[in-house]
Design a protein around this ligand. Structure first.
Ligand SMILES: Nc1ncnc2c1ncn2[C@@H]1O[C@H](COP(=O)(O)OP(=O)(O)O)[C@@H](O)[C@H]1O
Ligand SMILES: CC(=O)OP(=O)(O)O
Ligand SMILES: [Mg+2]
Length: 417
């Protein structure tokens, strides 16, 4: 069975085509800089050379059409006919409390995902476009969805509730959900395997630092806290998202600048973060290059970005009463030696000893970047959300159970009605 996995991020769309007989990857690729003037489609057919195409791709529907075209391309394709795609698995960012494990797409699931648009405005609409584009291009092919929120459903109520009137949780399910769960689950489990220690006995902080960024505290194999909240806006400073902000700032700016709800939401989601502070770009590569050529404001944005990550690591060390392992993953976490070094400087109080040489070498590999004597093992683990999605999609379309634990959220205490 061939399974196409689609991971539509806020600015990128990654895909991998798996042959599930041996879980081999037939082709993979990504479309980057969606919505910017020059999008790049990089397609890597297994055993052949990578192909790159630069064109204007303004939204995800066009991106998926280009990807399907590439899979059956006479020269660069890996399939004879598009019907050789037997199932499609999608990453879906927000599953709310409705979904604590992966499911097959049907009309009801689509309406639930649509109901969650408000809570993940940069993501769920993109996923829906992806699901619809597949329906149009590959009618009758089963599709499954794997939720970013599912892994965090084990959080205790004291971590997922906000200190606002309880009625708002009961009525509207306002709470912390957390995101990037497929990635936090994958890299934390891989970290335990890498260290040769039982996953169920480790305290791990995972830092998924991409265009969207979040940290998670994974204790004894379960997420017990994470930095993103009801939406993927809370927590760390990100490419274009503000992360944590005093909620009083929102009505204040709305009044002073005469902004509507949509305008203020767009400001915090799309015009803040690295982009706003650096005044250069939301892309960490460009900000780092500017900093390294002496741009002081880019350096300031970089420092703010890494300071916030360090603060969360400290918070989660307190939440778990220690850390055994610290894991970096995603676009920035895997590729930016400068970000990893800056985050880890100032964590010596945890007994963490960073190894500069290990940090500089071995790109693309799972590896240790702390010294052998360090009390905290610092690791770089390339994430593999796609493989997790392929595995669940395969299980579901074959009539089996998805991986992971389907949990009911912890009951919130109540004084009765
Ligand atoms: N070599 C690199 N150095 C620094 N940042 C990098 C590097 N390669 C990629 N990135 C950054 O990774 C981010 C995108 O990460 P990614 O995980 O793909 O995000 P998303 O899935 O949210 O679109 C961008 O900010 C990009 O600049
Ligand atoms: C949830 C989220 O922020 O996803 P991404 O990092 O793909 O933008
Ligand atoms: Mg991502």
């Amino acid at each position: 069975m061939n399974i196409l996995v689609i991971n539509a991020g806020s600015s990128s769309l990654k895909y991998q085509l798996y042959d599930m007989r041996d879980e081999s990857v037939l082709a993979k690729g990504k479309v980057e800089r969606i919505g910017m003037d020059s999008a790049i489609l990089s397609h890597e057919p297994s055993g052949k050379n990578e192909v790159r195409e630069v064109s204007e791709i303004l939204e995800h529907t066009t991106a998926i059409r280009k990807v399907l075209g590439m899979l059956i391309h006479p020269e660069h394709g890996v399939l004879e006919r598009i019907e050789d795609v037997h199932a499609v698995g999608h990453r879906v960012v927000h599953g709310g409390e409705a979904f604590s494990s992966s499911v097959i797409v049907n009309e009801e699931v689509k309406s639930q995902i649509k109901r969650l648009f408000d809570l993940a405005p940069l993501h769920n609409p993109a996923h829906m476009l992806g699901i619809q584009a597949v329906e149009q291009n590959l009618p009758n092919v089963p599709q499954a969805v794997v939720f970013d929120t599912a892994f965090h459903q084990t959080m205790p109520a004291h971590a997922f509730l906000y200190a606002i009137p309880m009625v708002l949780y009961r009525r509207h399910k306002i709470r912390r959900y957390g995101f990037h769960g497929t990635s936090h689950a994958y890299v934390s489990e891989r970290a335990a395997q890498f260290l040769g220690k039982p996953y169920e006995e480790l305290k791990i902080v995972t830092c998924h630092i991409g265009n969207g960024a979040s940290c998670a505290a994974v204790m004894n194999g379960k997420s017990i806290d994470t930095s993103m909240g009801m939406t993927p806006l809370e927590g760390l400073m990100m490419g274009t998202r503000s992360g944590d902000i005093d909620p009083a700032v929102v009505p204040f700016i709305m009044a002073k600048e005469d902004l509507t709800v949509n305008e203020v939401s767009s400001m915090l989601n799309k015009h803040s973060g690295l982009l706003a502070i650096s005044g250069i770009s939301s892309d960490m590569r460009e900000v780092t290059e500017a900093m390294q050529s002496g741009d002081k404001i880019a350096g300031f944005a970089f420092d703010m970005f890494t300071y916030r990550i360090r603060k969360y690591i400290g918070a989660y060390a307190a939440a778990m009463n220690g850390i055994d392992a610290l894991v970096f993953t995603a676009g920035i976490g895997e590729n930016s030696e400068a970000v990893r070094k800056a985050v880890c400087s100032g964590l010596t109080f945890l007994g963490l000893e960073f190894d500069d040489e290990r940090n500089r070498t071995g790109r693309g590999q799972e590896r240790l970047i702390s010294t052998d004597a360090s009390k905290v093992a610092v690791l770089v683990i390339p994430t593999n959300e796609e493989w997790m999605i392929a595995r669940d999609t395969y299980a579901l379309v074959s009539g089996g159970e998805p991986h992971g634990i389907a949990v009911t959220p912890e009951q919130v205490p109540s004084r009765g009605s």
